[in-house]
Design a protein. Sequence first.
Length: 119
Amino acid sequence: MKFNIQNALRKTLIVSAVGAAVLVTLPVGTSTANASEVNCTDGNFVHLYWHAVGGLSSGTACYAGAGTNKVNSVWVDRITTGNNSITYHSTNGANVNLPKYYDISYPNNPPKVDSLTIH
């Protein structure tokens, strides 16, 4: 069998083109940013006023920065959004959008929140 340089070059170019096409079509990994839990020292932060099942414990948690953060499925009594628009994700599957500078209380039927996203 005789070596043919043109066939070898043609095969090399085809393999290179296929390889480049695969690289172009591979999805780039996406990073998930997390909103950071911060001290509640600034009214511009998101404030979650919460209580645990049975009301045995309660507290306030504050978040800043874009991204999503898990909030451990707590009952939320009040949310203030500060200078952030947010979406909270309840354990029943609802996604509720709240605008900037919004203050809402849930005195009788608080949502059980799994996570929140700051936009």
